[in-house]
Design a protein around this ligand. Structure first.
Ligand code: IVH
Length: 668
């Protein structure tokens, strides 16, 4: 037995080390060397072993990223040295002034500068003890911050274990949200009528201060480290050595450059002005630091900021233009989004002629009128938005705009739900919704039907060939070639893509249906949980909410989606057309000691949460269902069981108490 345990311990350690090495390659070096599938396989094996042998599971295991439960609030943390801010330079002249001050304080000495991108995120500190992540905090007031350890652990590039053991090390860095994640988050929020984040920085701040680490995990933050706040037994000479060392320890460090004099630094800064728009994250400037740590120490700091560093801030990319018109776009879920059409103007690297006005409240608050001169900006350099009106430039003929009371696409009355900023068209057959729905259905991450671009789709719709996504599968070659501008070859390709899409995974299909709040990730989770679309359609809200990451909003949206007769009809048609609605299970599923067994949980368990109990069942191959029926194999009854207990008795289904359940799942 002891030998067995020893073997398991060795296997756990070997797996952890291998996974950590791949994490480093993937999240820090951005250079993975194995496939996602092989990586997932290792994670699953490790999870399984840790569940079977909980005493061997380390809190620093690579599986422990989203372990934390929601909290009431954050504890405060005193920083080991103050987290200061930086003085700013807005032009070349101010950079030269900085260089002059540095040289005056270090007469006759050569000075080297390191230049790093200044990421527009949130300053955080990470504390490692004996190489293990022990705590992370926000900057707060610079002296004390908030303990956001659980949230930082959800960031995959934050190592839970350093690659070399260092006694004590506090590193500083910037947590941020990529432009992509920011755009996706705001899109989802716009759909649900939740307030939008103004830029990736605010989004990152809101996400890091989430009390529920599962929400933080779902929003995918990232981090670059740029310095050390406190350390024991590491003594680099230069800041560039620090960055090198941090990278060797497994932390994610951004590119940096060393320069011998300020003229070169300035040239580099000017080059960056346009380069910054090409990056996947928002950069609001560059940080210039004296390289030698001895020189840094001699230069010292003012009350607020070090004298050895300065932030060169890029000119904010705003522009003034005229609102020519305001029109309304109807989205896939029927939300009416007012959009400004403007005189084209160059902002942050591109020419902009449209800006979202978000919703009617925003227009009213900013008093935006047709004909107004407005200041626009790209939110986090990405989504153009109207910042403010320039009232002094009004001539008096500007027109106040109001939200239409009818859908601009189908003429149905629109409504605004209580507590939401969004106005919606409720007509299921609204052509604008159909249009957006089809674009979504066929998009790359959904059913991936290539060849169904907007031009082709417009013709197909105009020809009255389809009325819902399922009609795509009824398209015939003769109908397509009859369309203008669609040759036989394109028609054939399109039909081929439609045909091929029938074999898509269940996850793609669930995502493609366009159920409100069900994004790609939720779709994958649902497909992993249910054997078929039919099974998902039969699920009630309670049952759905037991699934990790499926909250009440998603659950209720799924249930009402499948309750709508029109949606069920579309699904029937999809099934008839031969579209796959079953989950492909790999060989490991369906195996396990509880394979095929259906459990129902009722009452409170003492030693684990509902979710943990469910996970235990699923890990062993079983399933958890929300309601008792003849197909239930076991009912697990905790304290104060509900009516499910009585039902189990009446159907003579075996009832397990907590101890029996623990034995059965090997958790005793
Ligand atoms: S060094 C003593 N380097 O900019 C201050 N800061 O006001 C040391 N920031 O919120 C800061 N990228 O988090 C430094 N490469 C970088 C940075 C950086 C972003 C942030 C920092 C702080 C602000 C400085």
């Amino acid at each position: 037995m002891n030998q067995d345990i020893e073997r398991v311990r060795e296997r756990i350690e070997a797996l952890s080390a291998e996974i950590e090495a791949h994490n480093y390659r993937y999240y820090v070096m951005d250079d993975p060397t194995i496939s996602d599938a092989r990586y997932d396989k290792m994670i699953r094996e490790l999870e399984k072993l840790e569940k079977q042998y909980p005493s061997l599971a380390s809190p620093y295991s690579p599986t422990q990223r989203v372990g934390g439960q929601p909290r009431e609030g954050f504890a405060t943390v005193r920083h080991l040295s103050p987290m200061m801010s930086l003085a700013n330079a807005f032009d070349e002249g101010e950079l030269r002034d900085f260089d002059r001050r540095v040289r005056q304080a270090l007469p006759g000495e050569p000075v080297k500068y390191v230049v790093e991108p200044k990421i527009d995120g949130l300053a955080v500190s990470l504390f490692y003890e004996n190489g293990l992540f022990s705590r992370g905090a926000t900057r707060g007031d610079g002296e004390t911050g908030e303990d956001i350890s659980e949230n930082l652990k959800t960031i995959r590039s934050v190592p839970l274990r350093l690659r070399k053991i260092v006694r004590a090390l506090e590193v500083r860095g910037e947590a941020y949200m990529s432009k992509d994640s920011f755009a996706r988050l705001n899109e989802a929020r716009e759909e649900t009528g939740e307030p939008l984040f103004a830029n990736p920085r605010n989004a990152a701040a809101g996400t890091l201060r989430q009390l529920d680490p599962r929400i933080t995990a779902s929003r995918r933050l990232n981090l670059f480290v740029y310095g050390i706040g406190y350390s024991e037994r590491v003594d680099p000479r230069d800041h560039s050595d620090v960055l090198q060392l941090l990278q060797e320890l497994g932390l994610r460090v951004n590119e940096f450059h060393l320069f011998d004099d300020m003229a070169e630094v300035i040239k580099y800064c000017l080059d960056w002005q346009s380069r910054r728009f090409e990056l996947p994250y928002a950069v609001d400037g560059l940080v210039i630091k004296v390289d030698s740590l001895v020189q840094q120490q001699r230069l010292g700091a003012t009350m607020k900021s070090p004298r050895w560093a300065i932030a060169y801030k890029f000119t904010p990319e705003q522009a003034v233009t005229t609102v020519k018109n305001i029109f309304v776009r109807v989205g896939r879920t029927g939300v009416l989004t007012p959009t400004a059409e403007m005189e084209p103007v160059r902002v942050a690297g591109t020419t902009v002629s449209r800006a979202t006005l978000h919703n009617e409240d925003n227009i009213r608050e900013k008093d935006i009128r047709i004909g107004d001169r407005v200041m626009i900006q790209k939110a986090g350099d990405i989504i153009p938005e109207v910042l403010a009106v320039l009232p002094d430039e009004r001539k008096g003929d500007e027109k106040v705009w109001t939200m239409p009371s009818e859908c601009p696409s189908c003429g149905s009355r629109v409504a605004r739900a209580a507590g939401e900023a969004a106005v919606r068209c409720a007509n299921i057959a609204c052509p604008a919704k159909l249009w957006e729905g089809l674009i979504h259905f066929s998009s790359r991450h959904a059913m991936n039907i290539a060849g169904l671009g907007p031009a082709v789709l417009a013709q197909i719709l105009a020809g009255g060939l389809i009325h819902d996504p399922a009609d795509l599968y009824r398209l015939r070659f003769e109908d397509l070639v009859a369309l203008e501008r669609l040759g036989p070859k394109s028609a054939q390709n399109l039909l081929g893509a439609v045909e091929a899409s029938k074999k898509n995974s269940l996850a793609r299909l669930i995502f493609a249906l366009g159920i409100r709040h069900v994004g790609e990730r939720s779709a994958k989770i649902l497909a992993a949980h249910y054997d078929s679309l039919e099974a998902l359609m039969g699920a009630g809200e309670d049952e759905l909410m037991v699934i990790p990451e499926i909250g009440p909003k998603i659950a209720s949206s799924i249930v009402s989606f499948f309750a709508a007769a029109q949606n069920r009809q579309v699904i029937d048609k999809l099934v008839q057309a031969g579209v796959n609605t079953r989950a492909a299970r790999n060989s490991s599923a369906g195996a396990g000691p509880l394979a095929g067994k259906v459990f129902v949980l009722t009452g409170a368990l003492e030693s684990f949460t509902r979710q943990e109990a469910q996970e235990a069942v699923e890990r062993l191959g079983g399933k958890v269902s929300a309601s008792v029926s003849r197909s239930t194999d076991y009912v697990v009854a905790g304290e104060k069981p509900g009516s499910k207990y009585d039902k189990a008795v009446s159907l003579a289904i075996p009832i397990l108490d907590e101890d029996e359940f623990k034995k059965l799942t090997g958790m005793d």
